[in-house]
Design a protein around this ligand. Structure first.
Ligand code: HPA
Length: 236
């Protein structure tokens, strides 16, 4: 059964899907961490793979960048392909003084400056939150790895290059990091009765602007992130 953006059959996806933004990351995760990984989608180059991690069926598919993009792919996975859990594995810009590049942010909730939530025509402001069970499992995995992590709010921004540099305004409210997808993912999960979590590696800091990652450091922080997501996935 094909949908407008996913050319796969029901059953091609595992009940849990890891979602990096980047299609090449999806390919890398499948080739590096999964056994017997098969390409199940490649519409618009949005690569999706299903394989096994420690003997459990897991999928990984790219989301593309931004709320409209993850909104489409997560909706189709949840609604047409029987997917129950989506764990976004992304990066964020740090907005918190305790967070440095390589650290991990578990997005308990997601604020947004975008318009995705307007479609629900709610008489107020919806607060997009992650699934508590997924969050709790991921926290345990961070502890096991000894990773430096924080749990809290993120900002899902529609702008990467923000003219008003408004990330720092959100930091005043204790928002930990800025990324571009979680609010739409959490809203879709809520609307469809499914589960979602976003785990981000801090790739740059809006507080410590001199901080940057070497290629090696980027790789290590990415390894931690994927390990947390996969170890969480096999417990679901
Ligand atoms: N803004 C938005 N998304 C991001 C950033 C950022 O600074 N860093 C990583 N993802």
């Amino acid at each position: 059964m094909a949908t407008p953006h996913i050319n796969a059959k029901v059953g091609d996806f595992a009940k849990t899907v890891l979602m990096p933004g980047d299609p090449l990351r999806a390919k890398f995760i499948a080739e590096t961490y999964l056994t017997d990984a098969k390409l199940v989608n490649n519409v618009r180059g949005i690569q999706g793979y299903t394989g096994y991690y420690k003997g459990k069926k897991v999928s990984v598919m790219a989301s593309g960048m931004g709320q409209p993009s993850i909104g489409i792919y997560s909706y189709e996975l949840y609604n047409f392909f029987g997917v129950e859990n989506i764990i976004r594995v992304g990066s964020c810009g740090g907005l918190d003084a305790e967070l440095h590049v390589r650290d991990i942010v578990l997005a308990q909730a997601a604020c947004t400056n975008g318009n995705y939530l307007a479609q629900y025509r709610l008489p107020g402001t919806f607060a997009p939150i992650c699934d508590f069970k997924l969050l709790n499992l991921a926290v345990n995995e961070c502890e096991k790895l000894g990773a430096n992590y924080k749990v809290g709010n993120v900002l899902s921004s529609d702008t990467f290059y923000d003219d008003a540099n408004s990330g720092l305004e959100w930091a005043k409210m204790g928002v930990l990091g800025v990324e571009m997808e979680s609010a739409a993912l959490y809203a879709n999960a809520a609307r469809l009765g499914k589960k979602a979590l976003c785990i981000c590696a801090v790739s740059d800091s809006l507080i410590y602007q001199y901080e940057d990652l070497t290629a090696d450091e980027r790789e290590t922080s990415f390894t931690n992130l994927i390990t947390v997501a996969l170890e969480t996935a096999i417990l679901l």
